[in-house]
Design a protein around this ligand. Structure first.
Ligand code: ZN
Length: 122
């Protein structure tokens, strides 16, 4: 079972806090939509998810597939192997694409986020 409120250790100050203690926000940096968390102790900002057009499209597809799975669950209907395969593929695609975005933009985005003059209006 996945822990829905895991503890996250801040890379900057080393404090450990549960996820819900972090401030979660979205902003635009480097032409990307960025979901980020702010450490409740030292206010360092951490990138949670980077989103460009393609990432958003993949996430949307993933959400739609998840929804179809939920509906089948609710109706007590068996899941087709095709649907499960699609879900797996979409999940992997999302993860891989996110890894690519992070490799390319994570450093620049993190620097921008943590500039003292950065405005946090989204
Ligand atoms: Zn911190």
């Amino acid at each position: 079972m996945e822990d829905l409120n895991p503890k996250i250790k801040c890379d900057k100050c080393g404090s450990e806090n549960i996820l819900s203690n972090y401030v979660f926000a979205t902003t635009k940096v480097c032409g990307l939509e960025v979901d980020y968390l702010t450490c409740p102790v030292c206010a360092e900002k951490f990138v949670f998810l980077l989103k460009d057009k393609k990432q958003k499209a993949i996430l949307k597809q993933l959400k739609a597939l998840n929804h179809r799975v939920e509906v089948k669950h609710r109706l007590n209907k068996p899941l087709s192997s095709g649907l499960l395969k699609q879900l797996n593929q979409s999940f992997r695609e999302s993860k891989d694409y996110q890894a690519g975005l992070r490799a390319e933009y994570l450093q620049a985005v993190t620097e921008q986020l943590n500039k003292s003059d950065f405005e946090t209006n989204s």
